[in-house]
Design a protein around this ligand. Structure first.
Ligand SMILES: Cc1cn([C@H]2C[C@H](O)[C@@H](COP(=O)(O)OP(=O)(O)O[C@H]3O[C@H](C)C(=O)[C@H](O)[C@H]3O)O2)c(=O)[nH]c1=O
Length: 181
């Protein structure tokens, strides 16, 4: 497992070691001891999620507030997505900056999204299966987020707007200006 630093403190890309042979391949998709040694701290993942989406599905940008804030370790097990994490930690040097990284079943890359970040992704392949670990439970009442086309974030989602598939809930997420006025 290789760790790759990003422009956002505490947000890392992981590249697993793949063992291939004439049967196919094997890799450790998660190893607590190795993961924590690489990031230099303990993370207690307590919930695994899976989402299946069609091309153009844009989920996010979401985060849970306060005591229900979640760190996530995300990966794609079928297809290809553009995954986006936004630093919403007010005291961070990279506050409001984001990273956009292609995660796919082929590249097997994973992204660690720390607590204090908003997270979202858009599906670039015909379909995609998105799997992720969370270090806190789902708490509907603490859910918040930022609208995907926020002008202060200026995220390039790669596809054309008329290809986007966005939930009614996500269409009315607040802007950065509203959240931090
Ligand atoms: C997240 C979640 C949702 N749900 C229920 C609530 C809804 O009835 C249904 C679909 O939820 P939602 O439309 O919020 O799913 P996504 O749009 O994929 O939400 C996720 O999208 C972005 C990418 C994230 O990073 C978050 O993990 C999460 O917010 O699943 C649960 O029961 N447990 C959960 O942990």
């Amino acid at each position: 497992m290789q760790i790759v630093k990003t422009n956002l403190k505490d947000c890392f890309i992981f590249e697993p070691t793949i063992f291939g042979d004439n049967r196919g391949y094997f890799f450790e998709s998660y190893n607590k001891a190795k993961f924590e040694s690489l990031i230099g701290k303990s993370v207690n993942f307590i919930q695994d999620n899976e989402a299946f989406s069609n091309k153009g599905a844009l989920r996010g940008l979401h985060f849970q507030q306060g005591e229900f804030a979640q760190a996530k370790l995300v990966r794609v097990t079928q297809g290809l997505v553009l995954d986006v994490a936004v630093d919403l930690r007010p005291d961070s040097e990279t506050f409001l900056q984001h990273i956009a990284v292609e995660l796919s079943a082929d590249n097997k890359k994973q992204l660690f999204v720390p607590r204090g970040f908003a997270h979202g992704y858009i599906v670039l392949s015909d379909t995609a299966v998105f799997n992720y670990k969370c270090d806190n439970i789902y708490n509907k009442d603490s859910e918040s987020g930022v609208i995907y086309n926020d002008k202060d974030l200026n995220i390039n989602w790669k596809l054309k707007q008329d290809e986007f598939i966005i939930s009614e809930k996500d269409k009315i997420l607040p802007t950065i200006k509203t959240l931090y006025k």
